[in-house]
Design a protein around this ligand. Structure first.
Ligand code: PLP
Length: 399
């Protein structure tokens, strides 16, 4: 079966993903994924921080089915109950006043750039530059690639969308000296996920907030990966105690159904007036029903608290492993967003060994094993992973 699918994929699907991991999943249940050949995997990546409820959560599926029976799409020409109510949920549980729904993280970020730009445009101010960070990841559209501070993503697509400037992360002076009279916004990930789980210092983030206030610059947090409970807080900016002017969300927001959100304070959100921005699919009745179900299940099952507790538990286990194994060079954690940095000469091998033992993770930033499991994870699951990682590292260190 896998061979057949591989052949069809090779023939008909654009080769943007190269050789994928040799598995094709048929169904899921909680943190377990079942391959079409009978193999069982434990999902410690959660579809890259998407499947926070785990797979096939019964209540979630029930809510989706209910909505499917009623309505999928109507267009933004009409009022949409779920859209209004999900916007209310996001606003009431964060510092945002207003929300706009898109279909992905990149698209939500595009909306953030547009909102920052139009805000100044409407005051007849010539401010359009957006400062972002090296090693960041903001998406795959042209403007988000220009914002993404990784040459490998930018190089083939030059000339890039103008106006984006990158500076090193956690370097306040670098940001300060990059500011010009054209600077409209600073956009950062509080925790850089894609490049290996790198946390911004609290002091740095607080200073950015102050700088933006003083200079009249819009502060944007890309919370596409860090949002929706991942860090043990609904949004990572709540962990930092710093409010952005705009933040974006996506990944876990729809529990696997595509949805992105642009969230902003009133003073800047009001720069969008009728006709200034739009979408066909964004915030449709089905996607926003998924978002509402995600919020309800988070509350019923205290999943944000669970993420915090399990994140601490995982961290302790991984620090024990780090103490025991010299090949583990760093462990970086924020709730259930975890990076285990392993000696570069064995990191790929450790990642593959985990996969072969049935543990799904991702290798990012070259030598970091990223873990972003469903928020429903239990101590037992974590023990199982830690035991296996310990064994794998012991074997590698003997060689
Ligand atoms: C995944 C991700 C994106 C892109 O989201 P898509 O839904 O793939 O467009 C943007 N920013 C961050 C921080 C991400 O992790």
């Amino acid at each position: 079966m896998l061979e057949e699918i591989k052949n069809i994929d090779k023939k008909y699907y654009m080769n943007t993903f190269g050789d994928r991991l040799p598995v094709c999943f048929e169904r899921g249940d909680g943190i377990k994924l079942y391959a079409d050949d009978g193999r069982i995997f434990y999902d410690f990546l959660g579809g890259i921080a998407v499947n926070s409820l785990g797979h096939s959560h019964p209540k979630f599926i029930e809510r989706l089915k209910e909505q499917l029976d009623k309505l999928i799409h109507t267009s933004s020409l009409y009022y949409i109950e779920n859209q209004a109510k999900l916007a209310q949920k996001l606003s009431e549980s964060t510092c945002a006043d207003k929300v706009f729904f898109a279909n992905s993280g990149a698209e939500a970020n595009e909306g953030a750039f547009k909102l920052a730009k139009i805000y100044f445009h409407k005051q007849n101010k010539d401010k359009y530059e957006i400062i972002t960070l090296d090693k960041s990841f903001h998406g795959r559209t042209l403007a988000t690639v220009a914002a993404t501070g990784q040459p490998k993503y930018q190089k083939p697509y030059k000339p890039l969308t103008p106006g984006f400037i990158q500076v090193p992360p956690n370097d306040f002076l670098a940001v300060e000296s990059a500011i010009t009279d054209k600077t409209a916004a600073i956009m950062i990930e509080l925790i850089q996920g894609e490049s290996g789980v790198h946390l911004m210092d609290r002091d740095y983030v607080k200073k950015l907030r102050k700088l933006c206030d003083e200079k009249g610059i819009v502060l944007i947090f890309d919370e596409v990966q860090t949002g929706m409970g991942r860090t043990g807080y609904l949004f990572a900016h709540q962990m930092y105690g710093v409010e952005p002017d705009i933040f974006t969300a996506a990944k876990a927001l729809g529990g696997g159904i595509p949805i992105g959100a642009l969230c902003a304070k009133d003073w800047i959100a009001s720069a969008f007036e009728p006709g200034d921005h739009g979408t066909t699919f964004g915030g449709n009745p089905f996607a926003t029903a998924a978002g509402l179900a995600v919020f309800d299940i988070y509350e019923e099952e205290s999943l944000v608290q669970n993420a915090k507790y399990m994140g601490e538990y995982f961290k302790r286990k991984l620090f024990d492993i780090k103490a025991k194994h010299d090949s583990v060079t760093d462990v970086r954690c924020a709730g259930l967003l975890i990076g285990i940095e392993v000696n570069t000469n064995i990191s790929k091998d450790v990642f593959n060994a985990l996969f072969n033992k049935g543990f799904l993770t991702s290798l990012c930033g070259g030598n970091t094993i990223r873990i972003a499991p469903p928020l429903i994870i239990s101590e037992k699951d974590i023990d199982m992973f830690a035991e296996e990682l310990d064994i794998i590292l012991t074997e590698r260190e003997k060689q």
